[in-house]
Design a protein around this ligand. Sequence first.
Ligand code: ADP
Length: 459
Amino acid sequence: MPVKLRITLLFCLISFVILAMVCATVYYFSYTQRSHNIRTRLTNRAITLARLLGQSQLFDQQLIRKIDSSTSLTLKDKTFQAYDYLNNQIYSYSDAPADTLTIDTSVLDDARVKGTIFFKTDNKEAVAYHYANPNTRIVVITAAYDAEGKAQIRVLRNILWFSFLAGIMIACVGGYFFSDRLLQPIKKIADDINEISAHNLARRIGTGTAKDEWFYLAETLNRLMNRLQDSFETQRRFVSNASHELSTPLTAISSQLEVSLQKNRDAQQYRGVMESVYQDVRHLSKLTQTLLEFAQASGDPGGINLLPVRMDEILMSLPAEMKKSNPEYLVNLSFDDMPAEEEKLIVFGNAELLFTAIKNIVTNACKYSDDHKATIKLKAEADVITIAISDKGKGIPQGELKYIFQPFYRVNSTSHQSGFGLGLSLANRIIKLHKGNITVSSVIGSGSEFVITVPTAKF
Ligand code: ADP
């Protein structure tokens, strides 16, 4: 069922319940008030009549009837009757002479016991009142049709029905327009979103001026769009940079082969070309390997095999690994702050990825410093492990620090060194994958320090 219809129905239902309750309450109290009024008037009349009849020496029945007929009491079809203690009718008066009441003796007995009782007879409301004094004991019945009260109740009932039905109709129509107005911003947001595609990712949803929930929704979607646009942009830059990096050695290989195939060469020349091509192929293979690692680290963390890993063990394998890649590279390990508990050194993660991340940073420290020396300090605290990798190299200009973690970014002054500009970006992704962080501080001419923090495994 459409939301618009649902809101309208809910609106109608709430209005129905409220209106029904109000109308029913008004009707109930008016109805009971009318009953109460007629009873009071009939009781008063019964008391007066009983007193007059009790003084028969002063008022004869003829006189009392005259009083009854000329009373200003606005009661219709009045009938008054009185019975002595033997249930003999001693007095009777009615507006229409033929209009008499047939009173059951049980009513009279009941009145004698209770004093005053109310009952209905032939569409009339009636009161039986027991009057007793030392000379007489009589029961007076006063009955009348409450034409005025019932007419008022009928008018009130019609007014209430009219208000109820009109109220429901207004609620339904109002609910429809209200829900339409309420949902209009959603339609607008959906229309705006429909117009956004990969070609116009910079387009945003109109937020309007009112700071309401729709504004918040549009703002949230716009923030999501910002993130998507950033990620699209990064992806696009990455693909274009990767293609460029891949095409450079391929172009070099193809032109070298093309030139050497133009005429016959001696064995020495072929060997030279082959060696050069071999260098380019190695470069290509290294690049594709790095790109593969990059893809792995960029994927869903759920797809990566995570196990408890001892960080000190990973660090200990680095000096030999660095030496293997370049005999000049020297790594100095400093484990001064080793914790007593072994758990504080364990991270829940992927050992190979963590090794790659740290190795990339250590390689940079050795590669970009004249002494080719890197110092690694390990510090284990209650919840995090901190690894600081420092060198005494040429340093990184302050303005470039924020870019060095972007894929393919290389600082100009170091472009003579081999590299793809992917090492730090890959390291950053891996550490982020392990819910950690990398910060860098550097002083030109003095060196750089990269600090990795990763949360320890919770056992
Ligand atoms: P690369 O393959 O170029 O080393 P990275 O992503 O590892 O790529 O590093 C990006 C750039 O950051 C490098 O080109 C280099 O200019 C700079 N850089 C990284 N680490 C250091 C360091 N320890 N000292 C000086 N410059 C560094």
